[in-house]
Design a binder for this molecule. Structure first.
Ligand code: 4AD
Ligand code: MG
Length: 459
């Protein structure tokens, strides 16, 4: 049976080794052919040496980049630099040939071009590392919560309530869009739609996670979320994954402590587990990346109130495109200034004005701000948004009204405040933004297998 190339590269010289994979490079002369075979198990490829004595040498010597092969042979010490062993082939089976128009040749392709061949790009070096680290990061996240007794909740993807209250939802309907839509009082009659009510793809699993926190104390969700915001930036996707822990008997400072511990824990785990992929990113994508990440493991994150942050921004030597004053939402240029120029490492901004944050955030005693927290990191900006939740039923009702939302769909959410409600808090980490921070990749489209962004749902 074939073993992973990652494992083969660590074996002692021996006979009877089988490797399977795709050719990264292929060079051949009259007397010998060299092939580098990669199977996605690690950044390195296995060098295979093929001699003319092989019965199908002519066929093998013609095999181009991208060909799928199964090689059997003897693993021998390699004279070449940068590798301990190479495989001296006794048999090479061409499992899948490659047409001559194969787009992924051995040369540098731009990330923009590679997005147009998302069905082939996982085989490119950078994307091998990106998607291995993506896997390792999700495992680290589950592991972090599992070790701390958090229960994972699978919150619904189709939902009847708008968690963020921002109306940026993709509608889910079974109406025939080519026929007149059933109407009642001039509006679409969702009572006649599939679910008997208006439904959308979720923007967040938080409200449902709160239900579970009030039974299991500490819970988290990890699922896809969807936002119909028309932001064509390098950090916004219409479909992204979010991790949302929710803790009962917890306030804003407890929330920040979990978030900080969490970011450190998962970064450490990925650095330990993906040393070779991280070395690749450090060399080719962001110089000094591992040092940056090691630093954040060792230094506490900074905390600024929104009011302090605005004062700092008003004093900033640079001019911003969007002027700042107390009451405005922070734009990415402001966030970047705070975390990159002013602080130089991750920082929490807390206690935002009540009117620019979501309705469920706990109103502070000043009645002007809410117990919100955003975590900003250099290079990416906001990676976490969270808060203590409003546990007082009357204040929550007032907030729903203040934001102009219809209270009816939130009946069960309000009920939680009447039946054993407790102070509770949580946050959402954008999985892809975290991945950008860890890998140094600069565009969210390059850390998602198949990105969905405004104007694009290819593949
Ligand atoms: O700040 P947001 O909107 O917070 C919530 O959804 C809360 N319900 C979370 C909670 O308290 N349980 O989103 C959380 C994070 C952001 O900080 C960002 O990292 C990411 O989700 N995010 C996006 N990532 C990629 N593309 C987008 N369009 C994103 N919108 C938010
Ligand atoms: Mg946010």
């Amino acid at each position: 049976m074939a073993r992973y190339i990652k494992e083969i590269l660590t074996l002692e010289p021996q006979d009877g080794v089988v490797a399977e994979g795709w050719l990264r490079t292929a060079r051949s002369g009259k007397n010998v052919a060299f092939m580098e075979v990669n199977d996605g198990s690690c950044p390195a490829s296995l060098q295979v040496v093929v001699e003319p004595s092989l019965s199908n040498f002519a066929e093998v010597a013609k095999a181009g980049v991208g060909t799928a092969v199964r090689v059997t042979g003897e693993l021998v010490p390699s004279p070449a630099k940068g590798q301990q062993v190479e495989l001296k082939a006794s048999a090479v089976e061409i499992v899948g040939t490659v047409d001559t128009d194969y787009a992924l040749q051995k040369k540098r392709h731009s990330f923009e071009f590679l997005r147009t061949i998302a069905h082939l790009r996982p085989r490119a070096r950078t994307f091998g590392s990106v998607f291995r680290v993506r896997h390792a990061l999700q495992a680290a996240i589950h592991n972090f919560f599992d070790q701390r007794g958090f229960i994972q909740v699978h919150t619904p993807i189709i939902t009847g309530s708008d968690c963020e209250g921002a109306g940026e939802m993709f509608r889910v309907t079974h109406f025939d869009l080519n026929a007149p839509i059933p109407k009642k009082d001039d509006h679409a009659d969702f009572e006649r739609d599939f679910f008997g009510t208006e439904t959308s793809l979720t923007v967040s699993g938080q409200l449902e996670a709160e239900v579970f926190a009030l039974a299991f104390k500490n819970v988290y969700t990890f699922g896809p979320t969807f936002r119909a915001e028309n932001s064509n930036t390098s950090r916004h996707a219409s479909e992204f994954w979010m991790i949302e822990p929710e803790m009962a008997f917890c306030d804003l400072s407890g929330n920040m402590a979990v978030a900080e511990d969490f970011i450190r824990g998962i970064v450490q785990n990925v650095l330990d587990r993906c040393a070779d992929d991280m070395a690749f990113f450090d060399q080719w994508i962001e110089r000094g990346l591992t040092e940056k990440l090691e630093k954040i493991i060792n230094a506490p994150f900074e905390v600024l109130t929104y009011t302090e942050a605005v004062a700092q921004l008003e004093k900033a030597p640079q001019r911003f495109e969007f002027p700042v004053h107390w009451g405005v939402d922070l734009q990415s240029e402001h966030e970047r200034y705070l975390t990159e120029e002013l602080i130089g490492r991750p920082c929490f901004v807390i206690n935002y004005p009540r009117d620019i944050k979501a309705f469920y955030m706990r109103v502070n005693d000043d009645l002007k701000t809410v117990a919100a927290m955003d975590l900003l990191v250099p290079g990416v900006g906001e990676i976490i948004g969270g808060s203590q939740r409003e546990e007082r039923g009357d204040v929550l009702k007032e907030q729903i009204g203040r934001f102009g939302l219809d209270a009816a769909p939130y009946w069960w959410y309000l009920d939680l405040r009447r039946y054993g409600g407790v102070p509770h808090a949580g946050f959402g980490l954008g999985f892809e933004r975290m991945l950008m921070y860890i890998t140094g990749m600069q565009n969210i489209r390059d850390v998602i297998p198949f990105a969905r962004t405004p104007g694009n749902a290819d593949f």
